[in-house]
Design a binder for this molecule. Structure first.
Ligand code: ATP
Ligand code: MG
Length: 574
């Protein structure tokens, strides 16, 4: 491709509204342009990379025995009613009406559609197992679209669905997809960590893993052990302490509860700062609305409630903190003074609280707290569970000596064992070998194709631009003649361009009449792996070869250059 003809609008300055490096670089490298919040066009360079990512995914899915199809984005919402997800999915689901008033959703994922297809076409165990997939645009009206392609409202996803006769079959499909995912991310040149995850709105009881691209901008927190291979999303992570049976022994020597005056002190921080109390000695009491009623949740002062663990404990799909009027009605005090003593609502107690001896709690009265409180003696311990987020330094729940530490990740993929979550609701059944009707065992497997584009750049860039891995670079080789006015340079450049192209290489030649500085800056920015500079050595038939990721360059004769680039490394390099 000749750069003079390529639609490649690069930008020198850093766009002010782009926070993430990958977002900045993709805008500057002319790869994407915004149309509306979270909605982007892929310019030719962006489209090339996206297509390469798609193809690697496609090859590995095909190799794993999955079959590609393409399902509609417009999905009748009756299907969502059937699966029961219509109400759970909430405002993220983009809805529209046709001229007859029939409601549709723009698919955020396709469990309903694929299940409706398979239930109509398959009715015997002989046609199972089956894994279907598609690479298709998805829509989610995200609350906070941001970071460019990392969180879009219209984005490209690979979604796969497995159908098996039993749990054993599902386990096998799941393992196959998991190893395909490892191969995919490996080929994409992206560093990922597979972590235990929560099933979220997709549901299913089987088990699920997320594939996290390690990056500081990531919105997910990963807790991992410094000793064994345990790693989990913070939403899901359990500490060794979080598995212990509650310590519920009274300390007979301890003092009786005592009210004390704490004017204007209504946060844990204030108790710690102004009264010099240790957060580990405080109990935080939070009032939640759970369905039509309210509950209190207790965690230690230095801990945070994990909403997902709490929802699982209560068997709810949604819950939120109570408003201040509800808090006042239940505790008799303004927000900030809630405590467990004398509360009439059910109290859910985190394990770490159950073991406390001499705690400070809110007094359920304005400007008062209570000290020398003992869980189990001063309030009942009916519901004691692991309800908190783990913190760095917590013991590992998997091994003996390890401790948890945190890192940030971008979720680039997730795999789920759905079990019969959808086949039951949507009646996707088959006849087994004994002629009995059984529900299909399902799994689903997503990869954020467009999100990967951003994630690779988050992991592979320097202050000049992008560093593409060979496997998904928009072009493999960038030929940069220093001066288009110099006929010797131009004819050498042209002959190398022709020869490399004929050898099947993807080559971009910068034939623009620009200053060398501009050409080099653009070249670094778009990050093509190999750069061949044709300058003053052209007269001797020599060129300069530089790899984007390395500082040093080499002066080579033309034959040496071909041997280097075309010769030994025809296969895919990573
Ligand atoms: P997140 O927690 O980041 O919102 P999710 O768990 O809701 O993602 P899934 O339903 O598991 O996402 O979708 C499969 C994959 O699609 C995700 O692993 C992610 O890579 C990608 N993805 C999800 N939402 C978006 C989005 N808004 N923009 C780009 N990619 C997305
Ligand atoms: Mg997910």
């Amino acid at each position: 491709m000749r750069q003079s003809q390529l639609f490649l609008p690069t930008m020198r300055e850093v766009p002010s509204d782009a926070e993430a490096i990958s977002h900045q670089l993709m805008l500057r490298a002319g790869m994407i342009r915004p149309l509306a919040a979270g909605i982007y066009s892929y310019m030719p360079l962006g489209r090339r990379v996206l297509r390469k990512i798609e193809n690697i995914i496609r090859e590995e899915m095909d190799a794993a025995g999955a079959q590609e199809m393409l399902m509609p984005s417009m999905q009748p919402t009756e299907l969502w009613q059937e699966s029961g997800r219509y109400s759970i999915y909430g405002p993220e689901l983009m809805r529209l009406h046709d001229r007859h008033g029939r409601e549709f959703a723009l698919g955020p994922t396709a469990e309903e559609v694929v299940t409706s297809i398979v239930r109509n076409e398959i009715n015997t165990y002989r046609k199972l197992p089956l894994i279907l997939y598609q690479i298709q645009t998805k829509y989610r009206d995200e609350r906070r679209p941001r970071f460019g392609l990392l969180r879009g409202r219209e984005f490209l996803m690979k979604d796969a669905y497995s159908f098996d006769v039993d749990m054993e079959g599902l386990d096998q499909s799941y393992r196959m997809m998991s190893s395909a995912y490892h191969r995919i991310f490996d080929r994409l040149g992206i560093q990922v960590r597979a972590v235990e995850a929560d099933a979220g709105a997709i549901g299913g009881e089987g088990g699920t893993q997320e594939f996290m691209a390690l990056a500081d901008i990531g919105e997910d927190t990963i807790a991992s052990c410094d000793h064994c291979d345990y790693a989990a999303n913070l939403k899901r992570a359990v500490a060794r302490e979080g598995q212990m049976a509650p310590v519920n022994q009274h300390d007979p020597a301890s003092r009786e509860p005592e009210r004390f005056y704490t004017p204007g002190i209504h946060t844990i921080d204030q108790l710690v700062q102004q009264l010099q109390l240790d957060a580990k000695k405080l109990i935080k009491t939070l009032i939640y609305r759970a369905g039509d009623s309210a509950i209190a949740v207790l965690v230690r002062g230095d801990h945070e409630v994990n909403d997902i663990k709490l929802m699982h404990a209560l068997g709810l799909e949604q819950m939120e903190l109570a408003d201040s009027a509800t808090v006042e009605r239940i505790t008799g005090a303004p927000v900030g003074f809630a405590g467990p003593l004398g509360l009439s609502v059910p109290i859910y107690v985190d394990l770490a609280v159950a073991g406390m001896r001499d705690a400070v709690v809110g007094g359920n009265e304005q400007d008062y707290h209570i000290r020398h409180v003992q869980p189990g003696r001063d309030f009942a311990l009916h519901h004691v569970l692991d309800l908190r987020n783990v913190v760095a330094g917590d013991g590992c729940s998997r091994c003996d000596g390890g401790h948890l530490r945190f890192s940030r990740g971008i979720e680039v993929g997730q795999i789920f064992k759905l079990g019969t979550r959808y086949s039951e609701k949507m009646r996707a059944t088959f006849l087994d070998a004994n002629g009995r009707e059984q529900k299909m065992m399902m799994g689903c497997y997503g990869i954020g194709v467009s999100r990967i584009l951003s994630s690779v750049i988050e992991q592979r860039h320097d202050d000049q631009g992008i560093l593409w891995p060979d496997s998904i670079a928009p072009y493999r080789i960038h030929i940069v003649p220093i001066s288009t006015q110099d006929s010797v340079q131009m004819s050498l450049a042209e002959s190398i361009y022709q020869r490399l192209s004929a050898a099947g290489m993807e080559v971009l030649i910068d034939d623009r009449d620009e200053r060398p500085g501009t050409k080099f800056k653009d070249s670094d920015l778009i990050g093509i792996p190999y750069r061949i500079v044709i300058g003053k050595h052209a007269a001797e038939g020599k060129v300069e070869l530089k790899h984007r990721g390395r500082k040093e360059s080499e002066i080579l004769g033309v034959e040496e250059l071909f041997a280097r680039i075309v010769g030994p490394s025809k296969g895919e390099e990573r």
